[in-house]
Design a protein around this ligand. Sequence first.
Ligand code: DX5
Length: 227
Amino acid sequence: MKNQLVASVLNADLGRLGEVCTILEGAGLNAIQWDVMDGHFVPNLTVGAGVIAACRPATGLPFEAHLMIDAPEPYLAEYVEAGCETIIVHAETCTHLHRTLDLIHDLGAKAGLALNPSTPLDACVHVMDLLDLLLVMTVNPGFGGQSYIETMESKIAAARNLIEGSGREVSLEVDGGVSPATISQPAAAGADRFVVGSALYKQGDPARVVDELKLSLGYSSNPPRAE
Ligand code: DX5
């Protein structure tokens, strides 16, 4: 589906995450992304499946788990059980990536693959048949509030071509530094799903930022709320 807006809660009020999830649904977001970090693959430590499960009742929005953890295979099932419909793993953390993506499907979830800025698109060529989502990182993973890396746009465009050539319905997601000021750039390059974190919380009104994001994507002055 075109132009999906996904809220990262990495930089949200971590003391009110359940309430934040309810607010994000009302603000018109299409999904919520949980940035799971192990302090090893990335230099930060964040939430686990228990926190996600605790927030699951707070919203009807789909959850996706962005696993920025080394060797994620042993943990996949608990994120599905916590209520994530999509599990995103990093190509850089999976020795047997084809098997890992297969396992995500066996668990009944959609499979996403994330590529760090320096990781070539070649990493996904032989697993395109297993992907429901391809995430091109537009920052180096580990923190919210970083600057969007414009040089990723050629990779986004190449990813769009790869997806078109696969003949499959694969979401092309970008994550990092996305805001009303930048979102039109990855969109023009071919992205159709946008993770937005810190930009959502800066003004204290996520609904207003959602409208600004939609205006930047070319919607009318009264953009439609999430379907
Ligand atoms: C980085 C995280 C962030 C987060 C969004 O590891 O994945 O990209 O989701 O952060 P912002 O939108 O604040 O750059």
